[in-house]
Write a protein that binds this ligand. Structure first.
Ligand SMILES: C[S@@+](CC[C@H](N)C(=O)[O-])C[C@H]1O[C@@H](n2cnc3c(N)ncnc32)[C@H](O)[C@@H]1O
Length: 292
């Protein structure tokens, strides 16, 4: 029988050991862990190592190297190393911008059978952002008439995506959702839990993906790429590199919506900053469709 391992505080990690972990995480995910997040790393490792009854950072490091088991273990660790904080309609001004862009886009296409909006939420966490975008597009049809839409969410974390696919949220997490939206887009499950209604869930799709491998991604194109509160975990150069990669998935005239302040001094020959003081968004020069 294995001896129970009792650990209360994370064993102190030497600077060289920290640098090794820092590098592994940055190479595999693009996420940069600054020195002040060493305690966070130690705690995350400790949580996982405790489950595995391990006490040695080095042994655990080696177990993440190669093979199928290492890949499974890496997926578990990544979930602990990523921050999943999110909420419905988190930055309302960005959603207003999306609404306005879609109105313009749809007005330009007189044939309702040709009208469609494809959205990509990058770093979608547990789904609130994806469902906010889907609700917005569903509601917009009352104004514009019918159009086809789909919202794809990607995230590096498998558990976050599993929860996103279920679309079940406690009442506490429905902050930002009006009573009317709750009645229209959610079904009460009891005990203050609500599930996004099936027709809306069917307009969404959740796919595991590492934004760091974006250049390897299928060449799927979107009208809107919505990427908020993800780039903050990357170094500035990496942020610009990722944004250049995201642009390759934007249809001509499409928009890229970031969170305010998420990138400084990024320029791209095909992208134009949208003139909106409350939002950080760019329009693909393409065919000249612009958001207001
Ligand atoms: C703070 S949440 C932001 C969620 C949502 N976009 C929002 O603004 O409310 C950041 C998400 O990015 C994901 N993430 C971190 N690194 C990633 C990577 N390399 N590729 C894809 N997703 C990543 C995390 O798992 C997490 O769910």
């Amino acid at each position: 029988m294995q001896e129970a391992v009792v650990m209360h505080a994370a064993p102190e990690m030497a600077a060289a050991e920290f640098a090794r972990w820092q590098k592994l995480i940055e190479v595999r995910t693009g996420i940069h862990l600054p020195t002040h997040r060493k305690t966070f790393l130690q705690q995350a490792l400790l949580t996982r190592m405790r489950e595995l009854q391990q006490t040695d950072y080095n042994k655990y490091f080696v177990s993440l190297r190669d093979g199928a088991q290492a890949a499974i273990e890496w997926a578990c660790l990544v979930d602990l190393l990523t921050v999943h904080e999110t909420r419905f309609f988190r930055h309302p001004e960005s959603y207003d911008l999306v609404r306005s862009f879609c109105r313009n886009l749809l007005q330009r296409e007189p044939d309702s059978r040709q009208r469609s909006v494809q959205v990509w939420s990058v770093g979608c966490s547990t789904g609130e952002e994806v469902y906010s975008l889907a609700m917005l597009l569903q509601e917009l049809q009352q104004e514009t008439g019918p159009f086809y839409f789909g919202v794809t969410g990607t995230d590096i974390s498998y558990p976050a995506l599993a929860s996103a696919r279920e679309g079940i949220y406690h009442l506490r997490r429905l902050v930002g959702i009006s009573e009317e939206q709750r009645a229209t887009h959610f079904q009460a499950l009891g005990d203050d839990y609500f599930q996004v209604v099936s027709p809306l869930r069917q307009r969404t799709c959740f796919v595991q993906g590492n934004v760091n491998d974006i250049r390897l991604a299928k060449q799927q194109m979107f009208d809107i790429i919505y990427c908020q509160n993800l780039l903050i975990y990357f170094q500035n150069d990496k942020r610009r590199e990722l944004l250049n990669g995201l642009c390759e998935h934007l249809r001509p005239g499409g928009i890229l919506v970031l969170a305010p302040g998420e990138v400084l001094r990024w320029q791209h020959p095909e992208m134009m900053r949208i003139d909106n003081k409350q939002c950080l968004a760019y329009s693909h020069r393409g065919d000249g469709r612009v958001a207001e």
